[in-house]
Design a protein around this ligand. Structure first.
Ligand code: SF4
Length: 324
């Protein structure tokens, strides 16, 4: 089911992972307009586009999202803010993404807007539309042959040539291009080398990401995960070999600590909340209390039911609770 989140839904846009705003205590806010994804990558860390695991997805109303972003950025009392438009799925599946980018770009504190995308829904025309509002596009491209690209996107219609054309269009626009492949050892080692060469050709930044597996992520049997030490050693090796910067730090993006939007519930706290939407995973519901959205595990109550809960987690203003 696609759940629409707007002012009327009475669901605050801070508190849950699949939509809204994530504040990790810096001058950067992650802005999540949707959880829908159009691909089904076999290594996906969020297990996106899997109805058995995520029976519900979310679509946030642009004006509602922009007003929350405005409120949180102004609370932070910063001069330089970055809005990272991202998603647990693919952001460009949101039908009003240009309106969102425009609205966020008009927020006083926002000096940089980046967008995380798999690129498959980007066209030259879309790049033109977004150009006035975006500072940077982080494009995830994980393979360099048509066959492997289809395999690693889990989609027969994935078209690598189109992605490469779009990458060129971005690099010829005012938007900065950052290629962000996931290096999956034993699966796309050769492809990563080609992507490094592509980044040099296009004068793009490169942010190689480490393949990670989690309890619920999709995993590739043939992959050979490595630890962070080996990962950074390999990046250093490629840096020397290709004369390109690969170890990116927060400072490379002007990210610094900043006032956190208030955490309104503490771990262990017991309180009442109202159910407002079905959850992202099976057996979860989204409830609301103290102006925050909360994921309630193992909950089969109905919308508008009043429930008693205990907060299990509140890190970064992301709340998980259980029924009591
Ligand atoms: S594009 Fe991203 S979110 Fe979608 S399936 Fe692939 S890795 Fe997951």
């Amino acid at each position: 089911m696609l759940v629409k989140i707007n002012q009327k839904s009475e669901i605050p846009l801070i508190g849950v992972l699949p939509f809204g705003i994530i504040d990790r205590g810096t001058n950067l806010l992650q802005i999540r307009p949707t959880s829908v994804c159009n691909l089904k990558c076999p290594f996906c860390s969020t297990n996106a586009n899997n109805e058995d695991f995520h029976p519900n997805n979310y679509l946030v109303d642009p004006d509602y999202l922009i007003s929350w972003a405005k409120e949180i950025f102004s609370f932070k009392e910063i001069e330089y803010g970055e809005a990272n438009l991202d998603s647990v799925g693919e952001i460009l599946t949101h039908p009003e993404i240009t309106k969102i980018a425009k609205g966020i770009s008009e927020i006083k504190q926002v000096k940089t807007i980046s967008m995380q995308t798999n690129g498959s829904l980007l066209t030259k025309q879309k790049v033109k539309q977004l150009e006035p509002y975006l500072t940077r596009i982080n494009l995830s491209i994980n393979a360099f042959t048509e066959k492997k690209a289809k395999y690693l996107s889990g989609s027969k219609s994935y078209n690598l040539n189109n992605i490469l054309e779009t990458a060129k269009a971005i690099s010829n626009s005012k938007i900065e291009l950052l290629l962000a492949p996931v290096w999956i050892p034993n699966v796309n080692d050769g492809d990563i080398l080609e992507i490094i060469k592509l980044a040099k050709q296009l004068n793009a930044k490169l942010g190689i990401q480490k393949y990670e597996t989690y309890q619920y992520s999709r995993k590739l049997k043939e992959a050979k995960p490595i630890n962070f030490f080996k990962f950074f050693k390999q990046l250093e090796k490629w840096e020397k070999e290709y004369n390109i910067k690969l170890k990116l730090r927060k400072e490379d993006f002007s990210i610094h600590l900043a006032k956190r939007y208030p955490i309104t519930m503490k771990k262990g706290e017991k309180l009442q909340a109202v159910i407002k939407a079905p959850g992202w995973q099976k057996n979860q519901m989204i409830a609301v209390a103290k102006n925050r959205a909360i994921t309630v595990n193992n909950c089969k109550k109905e919308i508008n039911d009043l429930i008693n809960i205990q907060i299990l987690q509140e890190k970064n203003n992301i709340y998980i609770a259980k029924l009591i």
